[in-house]
Structures are given as structure tokens and as C-alpha cells.
Design a protein around this ligand. Structure first.
Ligand code: ADP
Ligand code: 5GP
Length: 206
């Protein structure tokens, strides 16, 4: 198969389980590299600089924008979030499938810049389950949860622009399904031009 990895964008409502799925998929399979974003939001308990995010001041973040060090960035609930370019390019070249866990505005910007990007949208099976997960996570105040539910309503308008929906009901099944979808994506003919050419050449010699 052609050597370059696939750029994968995973979006989904806050609380849909993206972070949980990412941890699992990284634990279970070898071929993924997870991009670590930069953000101006404050770390949640247990989060570490350089692991979940690069936590930066607004001034530092704006410097990264000015130096064109980000593939994309967006504002979300009063904070900046952005994808550092260098790591993504290096990992794709090395043949890794690189996952960006980013919100919808950023996802659409990435797709515009890199049309071969695979867009996946994670959703719980119901809206009630989404609220329950946000409450259950216990990391935000009720005001922020209400805001995130409103934001989810807006984001749902964009679900149809993604290539696949990943329904996160039973975690284990969801992780397997995401991996299978990505494996299937590797077999798309447009990602295998070198293979096609080689087969055509070999067959000419038969
Ligand atoms: P996101 O990264 O999309 O904001 P999280 O990964 O933080 O979401 O998940 C939100 C909450 O839902 C967490 O408390 C997590 O443990 C829980 N959760 C994730 N996936 C499932 C699932 N399949 N079933 C039940 N709870 C889940
Ligand atoms: P959280 O604050 O819950 O970690 O993330 C809030 C939202 O920002 C999530 O939808 C997450 O996917 C998104 N996000 C995280 N990193 C990036 C990024 O680099 N770019 C963009 N556009 N969104 C991001």
C-alpha cells in the first residue's frame, strides 16, 4: 500500500466520549499518532501540559498563529484551540495515521486544505445520554454544561458533512468499529495509486 498515513479528524459533541475513545484506540493499536493541540483554556484536574494539550497564554497562542505554526485554529467557548503543524506532517510522512480531535470549524478548515482527510463524527446514541455524560464527568459547572448542550445543537447541523458517524454506545464496540472504518479507508483506490500502477505494469508483462 502507499506509504503515507491518513489524516483523520475526529469531532463530536463535548461529552460524547472522544477523549475516552482516543485513549482506547491508542492503547489497542500501533498505527495511530494522536496530535496534541495547543489551547488557551486552563487545564482540568489530571491534565498535563504536553499530554492532553499544550496549555498556552493568549499571547503565546497568537504568536503561533502569526508564525503559521498551526494547520488550523478556532475559538471555542472563549478559548483558542489549534493544531501544531510540525508533528502532523512528520508522523504522516512516517506512515502513521494521524488523528486530530478537533471541533467542527477546525475540521472543515482541515478538509478544505487537505481534501483526502477522513472526517469522523462521534455521537452518543441520544441527547439525554450526552447530558448525563457531561454531568457524570463532573469537570464543568452546570452553566458550562448548558452552554455545551446549546453548542451541541449547533454542531449537530454539521454532522452530515462528516464521512462517517461513530455511535459511542458500548465503548468497546465503538473503538473496534472506528478502527475498522480506518482500515477500510486504507483500501480506497485513490489512496493506492502506486499499487494500481504496479499491478498495471506487471500485467503488461504477462
Ligand atoms: P469528550 O472527550 O468527547 O468531551 P469524554 O471522553 O470526556 O468526552 O467522555 C465524557 C464522559 O462520558 C466521561 O465521564 C466518560 O467516562 C463517559 N463515557 C465515554 N464513553 C462512554 C460510553 N461508551 N458509555 C458510558 N460513558 C461513557
Ligand atoms: P475541551 O475543552 O473539551 O478539551 O475541547 C473543546 C473542543 O475543542 C472539543 O470539541 C475539541 O475537539 C476541540 N479542540 C481540541 N483541540 C482542537 C484544535 O486543535 N483545533 C480545533 N479547531 N478544535 C480543537
Amino acid at each position: 500500500m502507499d506509504g503515507r498515513g491518513i489524516l483523520i479528524v475526529v469531532s463530536g459533541f463535548s461529552g460524547s466520549g472522544k477523549g475516552t475513545i482516543m485513549k482506547e484506540i491508542m492503547n489497542r493499536y500501533d498505527n495511530y499518532a494522536l496530535s496534541v493541540s495547543a489551547t488557551t483554556r486552563k487545564p482540568r484536574p489530571g491534565e498535563e501540559d504536553g499530554r492532553e494539550y499544550f496549555f498556552r497564554s493568549t499571547e503565546e497562542f497568537e504568536k503561533m498563529i502569526a508564525k503559521d505554526e498551526l494547520i488550523e485554529y478556532a475559538r471555542y467557548v472563549d478559548n483558542y484551540y489549534g493544531t501544531p503543524r510540525a508533528y502532523v506532517e512528520e508522523q504522516l510522512k512516517a506512515g502513521k495515521d494521524v488523528i486530530l480531535e478537533i471541533e467542527i470549524q477546525g475540521a472543515l478548515k482541515v478538509k478544505e486544505k487537505f481534501p483526502d482527510t477522513l472526517l469522523l463524527f462521534v455521537t452518543p446514541p441520544t441527547a439525554a445520554e450526552l447530558r448525563e455524560r457531561l454531568v457524570g464527568r463532573g469537570t464543568e459547572t452546570m452553566d458550562v454544561i448548558d452552554f455545551r448542550m446549546k453548542r451541541a445543537k449547533e454542531e449537530a447541523e454539521g454532522m452530515g458533512r462528516y464521512d462517517y458517524l461513530i455511535i459511542n454506545d458500548v465503548l468497546d464496540e465503538c473503538v473496534k468499529e472506528m478502527h475498522q472504518i480506518i482500515q477500510g479507508e486504507h483500501r480506497r483506490s485513490f489512496r493506492n495509486e502506486a499499487f494500481i500502477e504496479r499491478m498495471q505494469e506487471e500485467l503488461k508483462g504477462e
